[in-house]
Design a protein around this ligand. Structure first.
Ligand code: NAP
Length: 324
């Protein structure tokens, strides 16, 4: 079968290649899935460089998540051949056939295409775990979302709007503002470069943000500590800026806000019942037509490089989906 292999770690994708490899063998507890669509996540890019917290040893098949049809599953697993499923297992999704633990799979929401299913899973589970599960977002609250053009950022904007919050989408790229406004329909879009506290203060009438959702880190995190309301929450989601910020602990004390560490995948593994409830809640919102992932482009898997490079160059507004 065709699979996107990371043969060796490299900073320029030179260690990545589309190869023919044997189909994976299924072990008990796993489900064999014919992949119809797979979406690119920032960790996929980091794993080609060995820069993600999970460091698989090359060679490995890239791809965090996909959607497709069940080929084979254990009886009693809840899955049967032909079921439309989505999910993943950190690697292995960018291939014609993937082998995924049953606990890592969920049904594709009714009415969703495979591309939408593949684009939804990790981004919306992350957004839901951060905003709803850990921060208890409420109607009318101000939510500031950084990296708003990204998969996770757009999902957070979409979900926060669905929960009745007022959303300020923040991007570091002026040229993306219009596309973010069109795709995420936030209440405001701001440019998160330099001193953006004034913009947040002006929009919120001085109240500042009840929740700041930050997949970017670095300077954006530093300035965000000035944008959180008293009693608010600053959610650490990731470090796409490349710098892990540091903070003096007197700042959250004096300003009365909490810093919340988000690890959505690990949260679901440690608390499987909560993970299942999160997936069910996301699915329910999707089937009710209240949320839907923004897709920047769908590419044949042969054109994997275009997708990876566009993500590395920060050109995307929404998810890249590969079809094997
Ligand atoms: N904590 C968790 O549980 C969890 C789960 C999933 C993902 N994540 C993390 O969330 C982050 C976002 O993932 P994603 O899949 O949404 O990635 P993505 O689609 O590539 O989006 C990342 C966004 O970050 C912004 N950005 C700021 N500086 C950047 C830079 N130097 N290079 C590239 N992008 C930069 C860009 O938005 P603008 O151009 O609009 O500013 C970009 O669209 C990653 O760090 C990932 O590891 C965390």
């Amino acid at each position: 079968m065709k699979a996107l292999r990371v043969e060796r770690l490299s900073g320029d994708l030179s260690g990545v290649t589309l190869a023919d490899i044997p189909e994976p063998g299924r072990k008990p507890g796993e489900v064999l899935v014919r992949v119809r669509a797979a979406s690119l996540n920032f960790p996929d890019l980091l794993m080609t460089r060995g820069e993600y917290q999970f460091k698989p040893e090359p060679p490995f098949t890239s791809g965090l998540e996909c959607a497709g049809e069940v080929i084979e599953a254990d009886s009693g697993s809840g899955f049967a051949p032909g079921d439309r499923v989505m999910g993943g297992n950190k690697t292995g999704a960018f291939a014609e056939i993937a082998c995924i633990p049953a606990r890592g799979l969920a049904p594709v929401p009714e009415g969703f295409s495979f591309a939408q299913g593949a684009a939804m899973g990790a981004a919306y589970a992350t957004a839901y775990t951060g905003l709803v599960e850990l921060c208890g977002v409420k109607e009318g609250q101000w939510v500031l979302v950084h990296g708003a053009s990204g998969g996770v950022g757009l999902a957070a904007c979409d979900l926060a709007k669905a929960m009745g919050a007022r959303v300020i989408a923040a991007t570091g790229v002026e040229a993306k503002r219009e596309a973010i406004a069109a795709r995420a329909k936030p209440d405001h879009v701001i440019l998160a470069s330099g001193r953006f506290r004034e913009a947040v203060s002006q929009i919120t009438g001085g109240a500042l943000a009840d929740i700041v959702f930050d997949p970017v880190g670095g300077d954006v995190f530093d300035e965000s500590t000035r944008c959180v309301a008293f009693g608010g929450k600053l959610v650490v989601v990731g470090f796409t800026s490349g710098r892990i910020a540091e903070i003096a602990t007197n700042i959250p004390l004096i300003k009365g806000f909490s810093i919340v560490g988000l690890r959505a995948g690990e949260y679901a593994r440690r608390f499987p019942e909560r993970g299942a409830a999160i997936n069910a809640a996301v699915r329910e919102l999707a089937e009710a037509g209240r949320i839907s992932p923004a897709i920047d482009r769908v590419l044949p898997l042969e054109n994997w490089r275009e997708g990876f490079e566009a993500m590395a160059r920060r050109e995307l507004v929404g998810k890249v989906v590969f079809e094997p």
